[in-house]
Design a protein around this ligand. Structure first.
Ligand code: ZN
Ligand code: ZN
Ligand code: ZN
Length: 328
């Protein structure tokens, strides 16, 4: 499996040799990290190659065997060895395998991880839960954290409801805050010592609402916001999400609209990468590498064009690499 070998090479070369640069605030911190956040996938829900796409992005990927899996982070407790997933993507088996390789974790029959935090009910973010069921892993009460609306959706609709009935997942309702500050989040600890705040963010909310997570370890704080509406439609949203954050993984579904011929980019409900970079230009120079792009659509040139990747990295905004790690 050449791509597995490639991904593991990324872990060593990108993750350990060049960890993301922290903010100046965190650079002075002396507290050692207790947890490691690992990027396990960086594509939009459908990944790459993308079902039904006959454009060069996916035709070339099919020919070369290139695989990009949906946006997903893993968290590893450096003391206890416990493992957490942010999202259960349709490629959960591949991503858990990568996390186990990185964590050097074996001997976990029927308990591929110690918990899963979910942002929202779009297929790239939760459909992998089905692999915890009796046809596959048949896990025992794997803790799952999600909003009350999302938990209700899982309890009330098959096939997810069977996971609850058979106690294969154990739902934990979170209380997200609002980014306008009117409702503070209730902090929870999916792993002892890992303090997490959820914030409701605007997105297409058919089956659940949508959250972004801030993960606070003793050393640093990481933001995970893979899907969100345009920044310009919501005053102060981007600033509030970045508040107190050392490394931010943010929605990079589309680059500048060239991927969507015939559609006005101002009407697309995602922040184009060019707009995020424009809004954060000064911050990109001051703290390069703090804001990192994730959840790239298969058509996004920043997923497929190394020259463009180098150009935006030079502006201080790297595209997340599978296998990169942040100690927090
Ligand atoms: Zn998505
Ligand atoms: Zn494609
Ligand atoms: Zn979504």
């Amino acid at each position: 499996m050449p791509w597995i070998a490639f991904l593991l090479a990324c872990v060593v070369t990108l993750g350990l040799a060049s960890p993301p640069k922290a903010s100046s605030e965190a650079a002075g911190a002396t507290v050692p990290p207790r947890f490691e956040v690992v990027v396990l996938g960086r594509a939009q829900d459908g990944g790459l190659p993308h079902l039904g796409c006959e454009r060069s992005c996916c035709v070339n990927a099919r020919k070369s065997g290139r695989l990009e899996t949906p946006a997903c982070l893993g968290v590893r407790d450096l003391e206890s060895g416990r493992l957490l997933l942010l999202e259960a993507t349709p490629r959960i088996e591949h991503q858990v395998g990568l996390l186990h390789e990185i964590a050097n974790s074996t001997g976990r029959p029927r308990r591929p991880g110690d918990g899963i935090m979910l942002t929202h009910a779009h297929i790239g973010h939760y459909a992998g839960l089905i692999q915890l069921g009796r046809e596959v892993a048949s896990t025992k009460a794997t803790p799952v954290w999600a909003t009350p609306r999302f938990c209700d959706f899982l309890r009330d609709n098959g096939p997810w409801s069977q996971l609850v009935e058979l106690d294969q997942i154990d739902l934990n309702e979170i209380s997200p805050g609002t980014t306008d500050g009117t409702i503070p989040p209730t902090t929870f600890e999916p792993l002892p010592g890992l303090r997490v705040d959820a914030f409701t963010v605007p997105h297409r909310d058919e089956f659940s609402d949508t959250v972004a997570y801030k993960l606070r370890g003793p050393a640093k704080t990481v933001l995970f916001c893979p899907d969100v509406d345009r920044w310009d439609a919501h005053d102060g949203l981007l600033e509030k999400l970045l508040e107190g954050v050392d490394v931010a993984y943010v929605d990079a579904t589309f680059y500048d609209g060239r991927e969507l011929p015939g559609r006005n980019i101002l009407e697309v409900p995602h922040p184009p990468m060019v707009r995020t970079m424009e809004l954060l230009e000064a911050a990109g120079r001051k703290t390069p590498g703090r804001v990192r792009f994730i959840h790239l659509n298969h058509t996004n040139p920043a997923l497929n064009d190394p020259d463009l990747q180098a150009e935006i990295r030079a502006r201080g905004f790297p595209v997340a690499e599978v296998g990169e790690r942040v100690g927090i």
